[in-house]
Design a protein around this ligand. Structure first.
Ligand code: PRX
Length: 649
């Protein structure tokens, strides 16, 4: 962080700024002041301007039961109508979803077609599966348009969807199904990756073995590979959808009726079902699309995330459709057949905004430094990054080679819990600096503070907090009120009142710009995927020969962080490599490939205090190859540290 205060500043492109949604820092400050001076007035104004209400709200913000807050109370609306119906007159024939399959097949779905498909899907869920308002529906799907139809169909009838990323294992899927008590699973036979079919339905079959709340499974046929069908439980989407009406009246929802759950990792225990509700979420999804990506009516916008993560929810489906944009959905692998694939897609579809993760940027940089120049990527205006801190070399390559030094880079900082961006540059207004999320968005009271609510000294790390509730904030952890309070409102107070703590560290520079420094808790960020060390440890402990384990993150040149496991075995093994393989196999079964360990070392014991607490800080330092500066004299067995250091070399 030594050069934190002296980073080069890049000013917004003047031509671009002329037409931007927010055109200057003066406009930005005016909005921020408006929110500071009259918080409820600010949000009430945008909620009226941006959303189509069936019945208007009577109150903007109710904090009487903080941290359980209510936004836009009394208001009634339907999120699928916000995303579809209100565009039908103005842009019914415009492409809503531009789908490119793994094998290059392209499908353009207009808003009118989207409306028909979603209404039919909604009728199917209601009529054939008896799904009602408030029921939970698990979606375990590849990146195909039917995944978006499924989400919007749930929203249309008031069912709460819970998407499980297709890379999660049967065990992980089962846990999430059970926690949400889902009665329906929507899946596909599989899809294509690198032109080869892969399967999802068999994973669902395994997840549903034994006791399950799931009564019915809907299977979208994508690759038409042979799959197992369970009579009375499994149904073909293509069969059932045939005779459905394409008219389905939207369920009238309260502002605070739940829209979806999305399970994410925390520092302790099992993943938590983050709950987002209707009005506040869709409002901020739409506003940030307009402000941060600056999408115009004829633009084509592409976010490379998967719908299984929050980025896919807010910035592939809900945000773009709420604002009436054309959103690209891509089934394939971004580096296949080569690292020119995304730039070819930008050229073919004339993409204007491109949004991806630092891991993808690093890989594309490494595999194809000059690939962007082989294609016409001149349509690009805004480049986004999300999910993990980006490093300056990757940022510079993105800016210069992909953006041709003329596109704004929006380093968007947010989380599953925040629903949408919270700290980010505005492309027409904010002067940007490499690898810096810059400033809080208007209306978001994001601040770096210490545990007592004080601003840290300049250049000192503090805690990234949000000191007032915002419309798209998490409304609860499914089925666990206590965990919601403890996870987010337990650690930091300002003016004596608990505030939302993100779990991230951050630092201000001399201009008040925010740079995110990474998690301060036991969450690791592998390729932008959030992983709780406790979850990985619980999986490893399922190996009968494992006595103790501690997992930490280790910086990785491409993935950001890799997983490093220190394992004490119950008895010695003759073949350490075979044991490591078997441990990774267990992780694959329990969580999925995304949680595989990059490093496993077998140690005689773990460094613990006399009260039995594992000193993870020491293990993190060892994984990084740092010198141990911590005081180890209080450890139960200080000599263990030296032994582990020698083994980790
Ligand atoms: O540590 C932060 C990191 O990703 C975490 C949130 O992960 P998740 O809920 O899976 O959502 C990812 C997509 C929003 C944060 O706590 N993170 C996210 N964006 C950034 C980031 N770290 C640094 N810079 C970012 N722009």
């Amino acid at each position: 962080m030594s050069d934190l205060h002296n980073r080069k500043v890049y000013h917004p492109n003047e031509e671009f700024a002329k037409n931007a949604a927010i055109k200057s820092m003066d406009e930005y400050r005016a909005l921020q002041d408006e929110a500071t001076n009259d918080y409820e007035g600010f949000w009430g104004r945008f909620a009226k301007e941006k959303l189509d209400w069936v019945e208007p709200f009577t109150n903007v913000l109710d904090e009487s039961d903080f941290p359980f807050v209510k936004w836009f109370d009394g208001g009634k609306l339907n999120v699928s109508s916000q995303c579809i119906d209100r565009h039908l007159d103005a842009r019914g024939d415009k492409t809503a979803i531009l789908f490119e399959g793994d094998r290059g097949d392209v499908q353009k779905i207009t808003y009118k077609e989207l409306s028909k498909n979603v209404n039919k899907f909604a009728n199917l869920l209601k009529e054939d599966f008896e799904v009602k308002k408030g029921d939970r529906v698990v979606i375990y799907m590849p990146m195909i348009p039917e995944a978006a139809y499924a989400m919007l169909a749930c929203a249309r009838i008031g069912a709460i969807h819970s998407i499980v990323f297709g890379g999660f294992s049967a065990e992980a899927l089962k846990d999430r199904i059970q926690d949400a008590e889902a009665k329906v699973v929507i899946t596909a036979d599989g899809a294509y990756r690198k032109t080869k079919p892969y399967m999802l339905k068999p994973v669902v079959d395994t997840a549903l073995e034994g006791e399950t709340p799931v009564k019915k499974v809907l299977v979208v046929e994508r690759n038409n590979e042979e799959i197992n069908w369970v009579d009375g439980r499994d149904y073909s989407y293509h069969e059932l959808i045939k005779n459905k009406s394409d008219v389905c009246a939207p369920e009238v929802m309260d502002s605070e009726d739940p829209l979806f759950l999305l399970y994410t990792s925390g520092s302790t225990g099992k993943p938590k079902g983050v709950q987002h509700n209707s009005a506040g979420y869709i409002l901020w999804a739409q506003m940030t699309m307009e402000w941060v990506f600056d999408v115009k009516e004829d633009d084509v916008y592409w976010c490379t995330a998967d719908v299984g993560w929050i980025t896919g929810h807010t910035y592939i489906v809900y945000g773009p459709l709420a604002m009436g944009a054309t959103t690209v959905m891509f089934e394939g692998v971004i580096t296949y057949p080569d690292a020119g694939r995304p730039w070819k897609m930008v050229q073919d579809h004339k993409v204007n905004q491109f949004y991806t993760a630092p891991t993808a940027i690093r890989v594309l940089h490494k595999m194809g430094e000059h690939e962007p120049a082989n294609y016409d990527v001149s349509s690009l205006k805004v480049l986004g990054t999300v999910g993990e801190p980006i490093d300056p070399p990757a940022w510079k390559w993105y800016y210069e080679e992909v953006g041709n030094s003329k596109c704004a880079i929006v380093d968007t900082y947010w989380q599953t819990e925040t629903g949408g961006h919270v700290v980010s540059p505005l492309p027409g207004a904010t002067p940007i600096k490499p690898a810096c999320a810059t400033l809080p968005l208007p209306g978001i009271m994001a601040e770096i503070i210490d545990e007592e609510g004080n601003t840290p000294e300049l250049g000192e790390k503090g805690l990234m907090c949000i000191t007032r509730p915002w419309p798209a904030m998490i409304r609860g952890v499914w089925g666990d009120k206590e965990r919601f309070i403890k996870s987010y409102f337990g650690d930091v107070k300002k003016d004596g009142k608990p505030v939302y703590f993100t779990g991230d560290g951050a630092v201000y520079d001399k201009d008040g710009y925010i740079t995110i420094t990474g998690r301060t808790d036991d969450v690791i960020n592998v390729s932008g995927h959030r992983m709780g060390t406790a979850e990985v440890e619980a999986a490893i402990l399922k190996d009968d020969n494992v006595a103790e384990v501690a997992v930490v993150g280790k910086p990785h040149p491409l993935k950001g962080e890799g997983i490093f496991a220190y394992i004490a075995l119950k008895s010695e093994v003759s073949d350490e490599e075979a044991e490591k393989k078997s441990i990774n196999n267990i992780i694959k079964q329990e969580i999925g490939n995304i949680a595989l360990c990059d490093h496993i070392i077998f140690v005689p014991g773990l460094p613990k205090t006399r009260s039995g607490k594992i000193m993870r800080r020491i293990l993190r330092s060892i994984a990084k190859g740092e010198e141990i500066t911590q005081d180890i004299s209080t450890l139960e067995d200080p000599s263990i540290v030296e032994k582990i250091v020698a083994m980790a070399k």
